[in-house]
Design a protein around this ligand. Structure first.
Ligand code: ADP
Ligand code: MG
Length: 216
C-alpha cells in the first residue's frame, strides 16, 4: 500500500511498471484462455515472457532514469523478447513513452493521455487495424480519449476513470466480429468473447489506477 499519488516520480513509475508486469504475469492463464477462444492460445505466454524481460530491464535502469526512460525501457524489452505482431503492438504501448513523456519530470494524467494517444497511433500505423476490428485498440482508443478529456485531474482520480473506460472497451469487444489477426477466420463465431489483447490493456490500465490510488 502506498499513498494516493496525484503524479508519479520516476521511482514511482518504475514501481508501478513492476506491478503492471506482476499483474500480467499473474493473469497468464486467463489471457491465454481468452486467446484460445479466438486465436492460438499463446497471448498469456507471450505477455508473461515480455513482462519478465521488462522487469529485468527495469531493474537495470540507472538511478537518474526519467519517467520516459522507465516506459521506453519496458517497451524495448517487450519488443525484443516477445517478437511477432503482439511484441510490436504491446511493446509500442510502453515505448510510446519515449516521445510522449520526453519532457516530463513526473508521470501525471496529461502524460497518461499523451502516452495512450501516441501508442494508439503507432499501433494503428504499424498494425493496420482500426477501432471495431476486435483488437486491443478497442480498449486502448476509448481509454486514450477519456484520458485526454480529464487530463487536468490528478492521476489518482483520473486513472480509475480511464481504467473503467478500458474495461468497457474490453466488454464492447465481445460483440465485435474479428477482422484482423488470427481470429478473422472465425467470422461471426468470434462474437461473444472479448479480445485477448483488450483484456491485457484493461489489466494494465487498472493496475496504473490501483497504484495511483494507493490500493496496490
Ligand atoms: P499472436 O496473434 O501472434 O498469437 P498474441 O496472441 O500475443 O499474438 O496477441 C494477440 C492480440 O494482439 C490480439 O488479441 C490483439 O488484441 C492484438 N493484435 C494483434 N494484431 C494486432 C493489430 N494488427 N493491431 C492491433 N492489435 C493487434
Ligand atoms: Mg495468440
Amino acid at each position: 500500500m502506498n499513498e494516493p499519488l496525484a503524479e508519479l516520480s520516476p521511482a514511482d513509475s518504475k514501481a508501478m511498471l513492476h506491478l503492471v508486469a506482476d499483474r500480467i504475469i499473474g493473469a497468464e492463464a486467463e489471457l491465454s484462455e481468452a486467446d484460445r477462444r479466438l486465436g492460438d492460445g499463446d497471448h498469456g505466454l507471450g505477455m508473461a515472457r515480455g513482462m519478465n524481460a521488462a522487469k529485468a530491464a527495469l531493474d537495470e535502469l540507472a538511478d537518474d532514469a526519467t519517467v520516459a526512460d522507465t516506459f521506453s525501457t519496458m517497451g524495448r524489452a517487450m519488443m525484443s523478447s516477445m517478437g511477432g505482431a503482439s511484441g510490436v503492438v504491446f511493446g509500442s504501448l510502453f515505448s510510446a513513452g519515449k516521445k510522449a513523456l520526453k519532457e516530463e519530470v513526473t508521470f501525471n494524467t496529461a502524460g497518461l493521455a499523451a502516452l495512450l494517444a501516441s501508442a494508439g497511433e503507432t499501433v494503428m500505423k504499424r498494425g493496420g487495424a482500426k477501432v471495431g476490428a476486435k483488437t486491443m485498440l478497442d480498449a486502448l482508443i476509448p481509454a486514450a480519449e477519456k484520458a485526454a478529456e480529464i487530463k487536468s485531474l490528478p492521476l489518482n482520480e483520473a486513472a480509475p476513470i480511464v481504467a473503467t473506460t478500458g474495461e468497457e472497451g474490453r466488454e464492447a469487444s465481445k460483440a465485435m466480429i474479428a477482422t484482423m489477426g488470427r481470429a478473422k477466420t472465425l467470422g461471426e463465431k468470434s462474437i461473444g468473447h472479448p479480445d485477448a489483447g483488450a483484456c491485457s490493456v484493461a489489466i494494465i490500465l487498472r493496475t496504473i489506477a490501483d497504484f495511483a490510488e494507493g490500493k496496490a
